[in-house]
Design a protein around this ligand. Structure first.
Ligand SMILES: C[S@@+](CC[C@H](N)C(=O)[O-])C[C@H]1O[C@@H](n2cnc3c(N)ncnc32)[C@H](O)[C@@H]1O
Length: 126
């Protein structure tokens, strides 16, 4: 437990453990039949943290396996440049669709206190 500095850092942007919810709700891209567009879509909050902690405004970010384009989508909102590569044309169409609605970033990190508590309780089991 102490190696991860859970109590002090968990959930905060500078921490070495981030407990974030899976990509769900409105953020999860679904097709017209309600099926998930991409099986491994990750949350915007996760990418926001990765970008904020590892780049500066104006930097160039490469995602060579773009999926549904979350990297570029978040990068743009955070004033970073980006290059994305995606082999599947279906996902490329979803990337284009996604960019029609620019993302607004809320500066404050989104932290789910209930999930953090669950995580801490798991760690405390013998
Ligand atoms: C794990 S997903 C992408 C995750 C995405 N980067 C994210 O952060 O959510 C991997 C993607 O890589 C794409 N892919 C696989 N091989 C590729 C290749 N040779 N060139 C470009 N994209 C590729 C797949 O179609 C898939 O959408």
């Amino acid at each position: 437990m102490s190696a991860f500095n859970l109590q002090q850092g968990i959930g905060k942007i500078g921490a070495n453990v981030w407990v974030l919810p899976l990509c769900n709700g409105k953020e999860r891209l679904k097709d017209e039949k309600g099926k998930k567009v991409h099986s491994t879509q990750k949350s915007i909050e996760l990418l926001k943290r990765v970008i904020l902690t590892s780049t500066n405004e104006g930097d160039l970010i490469l995602d060579p396996i773009a999926g549904t384009g979350r990297t570029g989508y978040v990068a743009k909102a955070l004033k970073r440049n980006f290059v994305m590569i995606e082999i599947n044309p279906k996902y490329v169409e979803w990337i284009k669709k996604r960019f029609e609605k620019p993302l607004k970033i809320i500066d404050k990190p989104q932290v789910n206190e209930r999930k953090i508590q669950q995580y801490l309780n798991l760690g405390n089991k013998p």
